[in-house]
Design a protein around this ligand. Structure first.
Ligand SMILES: [Zn+2]
Length: 403
């Protein structure tokens, strides 16, 4: 296969001069999304046993999906991402590709997930007795560790998700054995819920409750155990396979409609990259290694910059006006939009949100927020109201005539 893919204008310039070339992560994403892979070296080995994910940065196009996923790594307060689209559009590939871009966070050294920030916000009672002692002795409660990608298996049962409490353990002593569920393992991590519309209702409810409260409690008889569960939720769904309850949809911050690539050149390029990856995943990963490292560093930087990013008052008023003009009631809409705007400015190395950011981010945060049910309900109710008033008028007019 000859290498005749369209070259972006950046391609001919200095490839990979990170300091000089990329002004920001946003800039890098725009660059790699149109970049072609060189075709010079052929595969050396294939049939690898280990799983090397398709590099996130090697995905062609799908810029909105990439932004949304990166924003969730920069600012967990956006409240998760839902990728909506048919099979084969790269949703799961993109999410798995994030593993090389996951930043470091302080991770609890304790079974119950206690963190120093819990003491800052909730006092010494906010951590377990063990951690309270450690804190008093000046010992660390957390250590820096990479965020992990935790996948929820499709056939998960409620007890797999929340864990269990065994009242008697095998030693026969009067001792509780606690089995942490997937949600406890997801604490401070990225939780991937594939095909969220196919999960059992009780499982989805448990996940969304934990996502909302940052913790959950398992009860068994008189025993209870509370686990911390602060995770970034990323869901996928194929609308052809079933609907998602509106109240569940509302709890995802950003919503991305993932379509197949429409541009022919992009499709060809995507095919070439996937083909090359299937032949030799290690080599493709290697080709994106430098850019992946750069992107990871940029994500860390953006996370550090985030607390300093602000939205000018005038712009925030305009955003609120925009939400009102679309008749969106959900408070989550504006929280998500504001937090995503701040993360996007951080992604572009800026401390101030601009009107251009609003153009890019608003559709992701606001689409599918209006409840069809509520809209129809209000219209139906209004027409019923009119009917009643007409009927009342008719009766009263007749009554007056007959007087
Ligand atoms: Zn603890």
């Amino acid at each position: 296969m000859s290498n005749e893919t369209p070259q972006s204008s950046l391609e001919s310039e200095n490839p990979l001069g990170p300091e000089s070339k990329f002004r920001s992560l946003k800039n890098l994403i725009e660059y790699v999304s149109g970049k072609s892979v060189s075709d010079t070296e052929q595969q050396q080995d294939s049939g690898l046993v280990e799983v090397i994910p398709f590099p996130f940065l090697a995905m062609v196009g799908q810029v909105e999906m990439k932004y949304a996923l990166l924003l969730s790594l920069i600012n967990p307060a956006i409240g998760g991402v839902l990728l909506i689209g048919p099979r084969g559009t790269g949703k799961t590939t993109a999410i798995r590709g994030l593993v090389d871009l996951l930043p470091e966070i302080p991770r609890s050294l304790c079974y119950y997930g206690c963190l120093p920030e819990d003491i800052e916000t909730g006092g010494i009672d906010a951590v377990c007795p063990n951690c309270a002692k450690k804190f008093a002795r000046g010992e660390p409660l957390a250590a820096m560790d990479k965020i992990r990608l935790v996948e929820l298996p499709l056939n998960s049962r409620l007890e797999d998700v929340v864990g269990t409490v065994d009242e008697n353990d095998s030693t026969g002593r009067d001792h509780l054995r606690l089995h942490r569920g997937i949600l406890a393992h997801a604490d401070r991590n990225l939780l991937l819920v594939d095909e969220v519309n196919l999960l059992r209702d009780d499982v989805v409810d448990a996940i969304l409750d934990a996502a909302a409260y940052g913790s959950y409690t398992v009860k068994r008889g008189a025993s209870t155990a509370t686990y911390r569960s602060r995770f970034m939720l990323i869901g996928t769904m194929n609308p052809e396979e079933g609907r998602l309850r509106p109240q569940i949809m509302d709890r995802f911050g950003l919503r991305i409609v993932v379509k197949g690539l429409e541009n022919k050149n992009q499709r060809l390029e995507a095919y070439k990259r996937v083909h090359r990856y299937l032949e030799n995943p290690r080599k493709v990963a290697q080709e994106y290694r430098d850019e992946t490292k750069l992107a990871l560093a940029e994500i860390q930087t953006a996370r550090e910059l985030l607390p300093e990013v602000n939205i000018p008052i005038k712009l925030s008023r305009q955003v609120l006006e925009l939400i009102r003009s679309l008749s969106i009631d959900s408070l989550r809409a504006e929280i998500t939009l504001f937090e995503a705007l701040r993360a996007f400015a951080a992604l572009d190395n800026r401390k101030t949100v601009s009107i251009e950011d609003v153009k890019t981010i608003t559709p992701m945060a606001l689409r599918m927020r209006r409840s069809d049910f509520m809209m129809k309900y209000l219209v139906d109710q209004a027409s019923e109201e009119k009917e009643i008033i007409r009927a009342v008028e008719a009766v009263t007019t007749r009554a007056q005539k007959n007087k």
